[in-house]
Design a protein around this ligand. Sequence first.
Ligand SMILES: Cc1ncc(COP(=O)(O)O)c(C=O)c1O
Length: 375
Amino acid sequence: MPPIHPIMNRVREMRARGETVYSMAQAVPWYGPPEEAMKEFMAEFETAGFNFYSPDPGLLSARTALTDDFRNRRSIDLDPGSELHLTCGASQAFVSALMSVADQGERVVVLEPYYFDHVFAVQFSGLELDSIPMTEGESWQVPWNEVEKRIPGAAAMVLVNPGNPTGTALSREELRKIVKITGEHRCALIVDETYQQFNFTGSTWHPWEEKQYSHVLTLGSFSKSYSLSGWRLGYLFGSENILTEALKVQDSVVICPPTPSQILLEKCLQYPEWVNERSREVEKRLNLCRKAMMKSQGLQWREPGGGFFTLAGIPEGINSYKLAEKLIDEFAIATIPGDAFGESGRGHLRFSFGCLSEEQLEPAMEALASVVIAP
Ligand SMILES: Cc1ncc(COP(=O)(O)O)c(C=O)c1O
């Protein structure tokens, strides 16, 4: 069972019973999509309906709206006809990317603690998982020596930037280094940029700003930026020859992403400043969460550079599953046990600061500050 399910079922049950629970577990933003965009969408929906398949890679108008957004906001110039697909979320984009660059039995490098859905996809695709433990200090860092050793001979490396669950946000130099090493060894680089618009200290540079590196595939999501998680919409961009392969996966698994979602995306993309405001708010919440956790006893803050999470340390010898239960029972705080993110996640809990509602923020931070964990 995906490790997030038991905890989220518990959150739903508690809410159904009318009990207070502060969910710092699954990264579902506290806000909904831009209201204006939704109004415009509803007006069009009344008359148009959008009941049919779109072209496999998405409506050309929606792809063009997204390539315009990338050009304006990020200086990335893509051909909407051949270098970009709209997908059923970053999740399906990842499966499409992986299946397009790696064949059964080949090795795929991931940094650990990892995003568990990536690992499920590697395993069910019959690929060999090669996970490299990150270096833990006051934040989580890339272990460069190991990365340099393990990339040669691998079919692909997966990079989540900013990271889930660690919040690690790479500098421009670090990104350049990974692009260079993977390129030299003909290893595909799959960049998951689901939290791209929530990057506080890392670089927002992308290699395709300079050159269309054929070994770099990038995927992202609208589940966080525009809070469209239930609309199942994400994207994949890369070189035309790889995307031709990816389209076969997309066609066989889902045919196309939901047509109404693409129309809503077109409306949302008219409000880029709206996302910037949400991002500033997430950063404020990060600061509140740090302050509260510093007051707690037993939780060790790990500084994230972006994203929605901190992967905090817990006292040695304490089981993260049991501690997650205790935090719900005694403090009404739901978190994800670190073990869910691989061996190096053991001895940690992931806290999301991006999901608490406005009303819950203050009491949740008070509850967090009051946590005492006896070693
Ligand atoms: C790193 C990462 N990739 C992918 C996803 C899934 O995104 P989507 O809802 O677009 O499938 C998530 C969701 O939390 C995530 O954290």
